[in-house]
Write a protein that binds this ligand. Sequence first.
Ligand code: ATP
Length: 490
Amino acid sequence: MANDTNRFQAIISHCKEYGFIFPSSEIYDGLQAVYDYGQMGAELKKNIKDYWWKSMTQLSDENIVGIDAAIFMHPTTWKASGHVDNFNDPMIDNKDSKKRYRVDHLIEGFAEEQSATGNEQLAKDTLTAMDALIAKDDFAGLKKLIEDNKIKCAISGTCNWTDIRQFNLMFSTEFGNTVSSDGEDNKIYLRPETAQGIFVNFLNVQKTGRMKIPFGIAQIGKAFRNEIVARQFVFRMREFEQMEMQFFIRPGTQKEWYEKWKSTRLDWHKSLGMPADKYKFHNHVKLAHYADAACDIEFEFPIGFKELEGIHSRTDFDLKQHQEYSKKKMQYFDNDVDPETGKPFGNYIPYVIETSIGLDRMFLAVMSQAYTEEDLSTEEKKDERVVLKFPAKLAPIKMAVLPLTKKDGLPEIAEKIIADCKSQFRCFYEEKDSIGKRYRRMDALGTPFCVTVDHQSKEDNTVTIRHRDSMEQERIPIDKLKEIVLNAIA
Ligand code: ATP
């Protein structure tokens, strides 16, 4: 098995070669940390989205509805949410290379190098010291930690660092076609998270949907962050997609809901057949300005355990802030009876538990879990294959139908099978190349079922179905096909 850096590179190449992900505007040499999803990637991404949407709304045990808010929002939204003042990352520049680093990434990179070369203790101590300094916003201390450990810039190789400064991650643009003299009036931000679109619509949804607390609002949409260290493929992009859900609850019940959503979300990942040992929780040391508890669900990517999803207990911070800035009441009247007082709970600003997962990171998690290089060599000949072992329900193509030859009425039978199934799942027709080559191509795209139509099919209405992971083949009646595939993707 290739080492993890090689494996990560192999996955990136595979995504490009098989139409999953391309660098954005590649003919102009690409745009850093922006990617386009190709014909296979768009299908896989949509399937992940649909699976999340359905589990979080339609199938959820809780009362959760979905919305689709605009990317542009009134600029005051971001003042109220704290993003204008607080959505910063501490950065440091190397004076020789002029390269800018996120301080935590620079130190983490150093710690990773140390543990890779056997200095586990130093790595651990450095990370502990970093966490403590970040928690106190102690920038001088962080700079000293970098200098004391002689952490170098990867480009210049020097330790010639500037002081640490805060850098706001929001993109801005102008709204409308008139620009005021100071350029500020028309300044509008590209949303850095989808959550605020939910908060500003809290009352709209609650009232028009006659929603009773506890209830949730889910949303999938684009978010934009001017990430400084934008590398690691789709793990960290400047334009990405989030799948977020804000769950509105009675104040005082947040601990119990926080724990419940932690386990519900982990179960969601496991329900896709993702292995439990690839996941772990990481509790936040430094809580964001809005949170009273927060953790990440980390996944073991080929680049190590990293954040895939965040679960945040956001208190009533956001709704309270919007109430203050908009002067509109963000209250809910709870007429359930409080057993302690015997009276209704009455008016309050709800508390919120948020679950927020990056769609692109989930794509990368699914892709890295699925990507498998298999040695199929026998004594007679060397052989290998690359297969994407996607959960069948996420696979871009569910069934490929392959006539053995291009003549003798076999393509017609294949087309008829596709016509019968395509309204229910994605099918693919291929008549070029040998069957073996066609199987390998479908393995590389992660297609769970290949169906071969041969001369016997004409006589007895049977076909061969080949299972992607086991490569086993069985002869079955054509009229059983749809059921087999539908069962696998249910
Ligand atoms: P990180 O610490 O990795 O920057 P974050 O804690 O800032 O992430 P959140 O604000 O909690 O992330 O966003 C929720 C989710 O959105 C993350 O768990 C991640 O999956 C996704 N996400 C955040 N930033 C990016 C990005 N630049 N590219 C892709 N996905 C992202």
